[in-house]
Design a protein around this ligand. Structure first.
Ligand code: GRF
Length: 184
């Protein structure tokens, strides 16, 4: 049997994407396992989820500490899942090609912090979600997978946000599985 892809997940907040990845691993939808969850925020709800799901976690506020831990554990892939701190050029270089992120828009449209609000306020017909490799420029690395989400006439920002999150929870595990297929 092939070894499973070893994942580290970096979070700062709610952790719903982290949970979707952990569940996809447990249900064998993807040939991967989550070896560590790292939060830079001690109050992140993601930590409560990780504890419930029996996944090891650490709170590390400092980027140098995060880098040290990752270098010690040597994950095959680092997944940013609502990690709200911009990483330094040095950090991105160290883990180049091994770090991916999820963003709630069809990049290159609506990069940055308020992607869902911006798409909603722009009265765009559609928006979506993107999983991409992390490069020094924020929300701009090579795209791995995207899924479109239509914006309906009767959508509120809340209903749109809900459908975006549903799409995220499908696409993040699918993007990881795509990497696994490519690398073997
Ligand atoms: C998601 O919308 C993701 O695209 C963005 O931050 C949010 C994190 O949500 N990068 P959660 O913490 O996974 O629930």
């Amino acid at each position: 049997m092939k070894a499973k892809l070893k994942l580290a997940i970096l979070v700062s907040g709610n952790g719903s994407n982290m949970e979707a990845i952990i569940r996809a691993c447990a249900q064998k939808q993807i040939d991967a396992e989550v070896m560590i969850v790292i939060s830079n925020n001690p109050k992140a709800y993601a930590l409560t989820r990780a504890k419930k799901l029996n996944i090891p976690f650490e709170v590390l506020k400092d980027e140098t500490e995060i880098a040290k831990t990752l270098q010690k554990l040597q994950p095959d892939l680092i997944c940013l899942a609502g990690f709200m701190k911009i990483l330094s050029a040095q950090f991105v270089k160290t883990f180049s090609g091994k770090m991916i992120n999820i963003h709630p828009s069809l990049l290159p449209q609506f990069p940055g912090m308020h992607a869902i609000t911006q798409a909603f306020q722009a009265r765009a017909k559609e928006t979506g979600v993107t999983v991409h490799y992390v490069t020094e420029e924020v929300d701009a690395g090579p795209i791995l997978l995207q899924e479109k989400v239509a914006i309906q006439a009767d959508d509120t920002e809340a209903s749109l946000t809900e459908r975006i999150h549903e799409a995220e929870h499908r696409i993040y595990p699918a993007a990881i599985q795509r990497i696994i297929h490519r690398s073997w």
